[in-house]
Ligand binder design. Sequence first.
Ligand SMILES: Nc1ncnc2c1ncn2[C@@H]1O[C@H](COP(=O)(O)O)[C@@H](OP(=O)(O)O)[C@H]1O
Ligand SMILES: [Mg+2]
Ligand SMILES: [Mg+2]
Ligand SMILES: [Mg+2]
Length: 351
Amino acid sequence: MSQLTEVAANPYADELAAAKKAVSLAARLCQRVQQGILQSDIQSKADRTPVTVADYGSQVLISLVLKKELPSHSFSMVAEEDSEDLRKDDAQQILEHITSLVNETIANDDSYNMSLSKEDVLAALDGGKSEGGPSGRHWILDPIDGTKGFIRGDQYAVALGLLDEGKVVLGVLGCPNLPSKSTNKHNGSSSGDQVGSLYFATIGCGAKVQALEGSEPQKITICSVNNPVDASFFESLEHSKRDLTSSIAEKLGVQAPPVRMDSQAKYAALAQGDGAIYLRFSGKGYKERVWDHAAGSIIVTAGGMVKDASGNDLDFSKGRYLDRDRGIIATNRYLMPMVLKAVQEAIDEEQ
Ligand SMILES: Nc1ncnc2c1ncn2[C@@H]1O[C@H](COP(=O)(O)O)[C@@H](OP(=O)(O)O)[C@H]1O
Ligand SMILES: [Mg+2]
Ligand SMILES: [Mg+2]
Ligand SMILES: [Mg+2]
């Protein structure tokens, strides 16, 4: 397809190009930090979850690139991180470190001739405070999803979505440690597959993958397994109710052991057919955030389905939290009815 035809066929072509550029640049910063991560690069947030210099740096770079690439667009972003902790007196050193990481990443890429001050960094972070909602356009950003995996040296994802009138219309997932075909050995490449991929989808245009460093995009397809006995399932390594997911798997007759992986890399792996089902059930009372699912879910729904435990589509139009019934299930259209039935039975038994 010529570039002109592609632009005509995809109303979000400009936004997609900008989002891919932003995520690629942020992923480069993350890769550099992950290779030599130190204890001093990691902080604990008020909710006791970890955040690193790379989470902050990634969010700054992405908001910067989106503004530079789409100067005529109004800018609203719902993002995970903010500047509050970095404005404290004891955070000056880490703020300086983030600022130099961002400036070095920009300098190593020939696109922009600019240098940010610490104040610019703080202001860029606070550009992510939008509440989103049902009207207008809002970027949804998780600058590093799976921070715990990132710190451990495992899977993580840079996840950027676009919400338009309450619907996710575009998603880009940068997965620096995910092989683009087999994720069975998800800590590295075992079969010569490309490691480090950019997955993306725009509404109605299918999902594709390309190398993070740039290559011709390839279509990806979700697996077509229709017998759960032949299916395998993904779950979170850190946040999964394993008694419930194993009960669901047992009811389905799933034989393979669960594949436990951090971050929205699970959505990417599912979308490229590495497994058949993703089950996400976390502890009671935990409210899922939109940035943990926006990009990943549109990459899966290009060929498959993502539902809550009652079989409803996820509703991203309610602000920073996802409005949903318990649990999130992603799979192909053949398995979804069977998985939903098993989910209901397992939940009923649990009560
Ligand atoms: N108790 C909990 N239950 C479910 N998810 C949680 C959680 N605590 C944190 N999370 C979310 O789980 C995300 C990671 O996904 P996964 O569990 O699939 O690796 C985290 O994203 P961040 O790492 O961006 O903070 C965080 O938002
Ligand atoms: Mg976090
Ligand atoms: Mg996250
Ligand atoms: Mg995060």
